[in-house]
Design a protein. Sequence first.
Length: 214
Amino acid sequence: MTATLIQNQTSGIMLNNISWTTYESLLNELAQQRGIRLTYDRGNLEIMTPSAPHEGSKKILGRFVESVTEELNIEIRSLGSLTFRREDLERGLEPDQCYYIENEASVRNLKQINLNQDPPPDLVIEIDITSSSINRMELYAALGVLEVWRYDGSLLKFYQLEGKEYAERNVSPKFPFLSAAEILRFLEMQNTAGETSMIRAFREWVRSQIQSGE
């Protein structure tokens, strides 16, 4: 029987004492149900259904990353909310958006990614409008994700992995000309302009930064 969840919640359901086998079974059962996010941390399982603001924010921030890499002519592999998990750590989650950048060539032709042997994403976007009961930043650190952009609906912060913990940065470690303030400035354009106009303005700004750095 296929599990079904009604997607009308804005908060998560937390289940305790869940085995890894049960977690993987739920991943398989819910694979075709869009918009359901599972976060697993050593027996604790959270099931969330992201809100419309959450989904909109992750798409726009993702388009910013894609616009930057296109203008810089950098190859990437974007894998959206692909589930990343490691049984040996008993941890797994779906990022809101994720990108392979430095390690793009290593995973370019892979049909499946196994973090026991393949590298983690280089960059993850985490939307924290509806807060998780599980510390997802700890999971990203355990999996070895080097950079996280975290947006709560009003503030954007960049984090870089140092050892086993994240340190906040004023600019993106991978794209040093990108500051949180600049990205927020473009995000605020949503109040007065459409998404296409906002992305076009962002691209023009990125080009000006690239030209000024040449």
